[in-house]
Each structure stands twice: as structure tokens, then as C-alpha cells.
Write a protein that binds this ligand. Structure first.
Ligand SMILES: NC(=O)c1ccc[n+]([C@@H]2O[C@H](COP(=O)([O-])OP(=O)(O)OC[C@H]3O[C@@H](n4cnc5c(N)ncnc54)[C@H](OP(=O)(O)O)[C@@H]3O)[C@@H](O)[C@H]2O)c1
Length: 273
């Protein structure tokens, strides 16, 4: 390995086969990082993926450890871990089967926890690193008919707040990113639970229509990628940042400062509830 290669930072991005993770992995590679990007499927050639693909299913201990071993067979450290693997389940709280609710947490929450557990020893051994976890606006505001998705993202907020105290003595920074709507594969990958005879069906389909319209008119993932790459290079590493449409960033702000009842009125109006 020559001096130049030694100085290049090593990044691992999960969820790099589509959407936000793909854009971030590509942008990191363009900025000179050595990038490993993971997912269950290989990124299609048309995506222009310019990083090393790593097969990973974040719901499996064996798969996550195999991904770690693959990276460590080629690199002696990990400077940046971006955890973007995730998907959404939509449906009423009452009608979403428990196995779907658990599967949601298995990817969005335990998938992050499992990958962090596997990679932290590598970062600690080399004296530090940065971890960026993908939360959501839905992790700050409970979304109608996305209760289990919201809950999985709320859980990540607490996870990140807690872990920061534990790992900062080892030179490791952690941040949760809260995206608003971005135009990615997320909408097509969403699992929808709306039984024909459901008493929730009509309202759910109205709300889902609004949510999916906002997603398909969402921001280009390249915008988030630039922000994340700048964050990775920054010495200031906040607990959380929000990215995406101004209105949604405003909603996070409003959720924090408005009384609960007033915020609920505002959100009901937005979703015609
Ligand atoms: N798009 C938005 O508007 C939005 C808003 C807020 C938050 N987010 C969050 O941003 C993150 C990225 O989402 P996106 O919008 O980029 O969606 P996306 O285009 O559907 O990408 C999701 C990625 O997650 C990976 N993934 C899903 N299940 C996995 C598993 N079991 N193991 C490994 N990888 C898995 C997928 O890869 P494979 O299918 O190849 O496994 C894919 O690369 C998610 O955490 C999402 O919740 C997105």
C-alpha cells in the first residue's frame, strides 16, 4: 500500500444498493474514500455504483459478521459507518400483524444495532471513527398509518443519544440523520397492509396517497449525499441533523416548540384526518 492509499479514509455504507445509501456511497467514492456499500442485492449497473459491493442482510448476525470480515480482509480500519438500510411498513396499528411489526424493527432498529455492534471494535481499535444512522422525520413525529415505522425510527433517536456517551471516550462520534421526503426506491419497497374490509382502509388510503405523493415529489438523494459527506468531514458532529424539504424540517422544529395539542391539529389538517 502506498502513502496515498494509506491516507484514504475507509467507509462502509449499508443500504447502498438504492436511494440515499447509493447516492452517499457514490459521493464518498467521488471524494476519495475507499467505499464498501452493502445490501441484499447488487446495485444495478445503471445506478453508476462506483464502490465495492458487499453482500449484507442486516437482519442476520452471520451475514453482518461476514460483511465485516470481507471488509477487514482488505482494510485494516473503518473510519466511517453510514447505516441507511431500511424500509417502511404502512397500515393501522391494530391490523398490522405482529410478525410485520417485528420484521420492521428487525431491519430498521436491530439492523442498525447489529451492524454497530459488529463494527465498533474495529473503530475502537484504531482510535475512533464516525457513525451516521438514518432515522427519519417519522422518528420525531408519529406518522399516521406508519406507527411501527415511526416507532422503529423513534427507537433509533434514543439509541443514538445513549451510545454517544459510551463511545465518545474512544474518539467515536455518532449522529442521527432525519430525512424528510426523498425520491428513492423507498415508496416502491413499502409494505402496505390495508385489508379490503378494514374500518381504517378509506382513511389509510387517503393518508398514504398524500405520503406517497410527497415522496415521489421528494428531493434528489444527491442533495442528502452532499450534506452527509460534508458532515462526515466536519469536526463538529451534532447529535442529529434534518435534511430534506423545508416544510418537513419546519415540522420537526414545530413539533419541538408547539404544544402537543396544537401540533396535532396542524398535522391532522395536513393529512385530512
Ligand atoms: N426516502 C425517504 O423519503 C426517506 C425518508 C426518511 C427516512 N428514510 C430512511 O432512509 C434510509 C434509506 O432509504 P431510501 O429512501 O434510500 O430507500 P430505498 O431506496 O428503498 O433503499 C433502502 C436500502 O435499504 C436496503 N435494505 C433493506 N432491507 C435490508 C436488509 N434486510 N439488509 C440489508 N439492506 C437492506 C436496500 O437494499 P437491498 O434491497 O439490496 O437489501 C436498499 O439499499 C432508510 O432507513 C429509510 O427509512 C428515507
Amino acid at each position: 500500500m502506498n502513502n496515498f492509499q494509506q491516507k484514504r479514509k475507509v467507509a462502509f455504507v449499508t443500504g447502498a444498493t438504492s436511494g440515499l445509501g447509493l447516492a452517499i456511497a457514490n459521493q464518498l467514492a467521488n471524494e476519495g474514500y475507499i467505499v464498501y456499500g452493502g445490501g441484499r442485492r447488487q446495485p444495478r449497473e445503471s445506478t453508476g455504483a462506483n464502490f465495492t459491493y458487499v453482500s449484507i442482510d442486516v437482519t442476520s448476525d452471520t451475514s453482518v459478521l461476514r460483511a465485516k470480515d470481507f471488509i477487514l480482509s482488505r482494510e485494516d480500519r473503518l473510519d466511517l459507518l453510514v447505516l441507511a438500510a431500511g424500509y417502511g411498513v404502512s397500515g393501522s396499528i391494530e391490523e398490522t400483524p405482529m410478525e410485520e411489526a417485528k420484521a420492521q424493527f428487525e431491519v430498521n432498529f436491530f439492523g442498525v444495532a447489529r451492524t454497530v455492534q459488529a463494527m465498533l471494535p474495529v473503530m475502537r481499535a484504531k482510535g475512533g471513527g464516525k457513525i451516521i444512522v438514518f432515522g427519519s422525520v417519522a422518528g420525531k413525529i408519529g406518522m399516521p398509518f406508519q406507527g411501527y415505522y415511526s416507532a422503529s425510527k423513534f427507537a433509533l433517536e434514543g439509541f443514538v443519544e445513549s451510545i454517544r456517551y459510551e463511545v465518545s471516550p474512544f474518539g467515536i462520534d455518532v449522529c442521527v440523520v432525519e430525512p424528510g421526503d426523498f425520491k428513492t426506491g423507498f415508496t416502491d419497497a413499502r409494505k402496505k397492509i390495508a385489508p379490503e374490509n378494514s374500518p381504517y382502509r378509506e382513511k389509510m388510503l387517503t393518508v398514504l396517497g398524500i405520503q406517497e405523493r410527497d415522496e415521489t415529489h421528494g428531493v434528489d438523494p444527491a442533495v442528502a449525499a452532499r450534506r452527509i459527506v460534508a458532515l462526515a468531514a466536519s469536526r463538529k458532529f451534532p447529535i442529529r441533523i434534518s435534511v430534506g424539504p423545508l416544510f418537513e424540517r419546519f415540522a420537526i422544529w414545530a413539533r419541538r416548540f408547539l404544544p402537543d395539542a396544537l401540533f396535532e391539529v396542524f398535522y391532522r389538517m395536513n393529512y385530512k384526518l
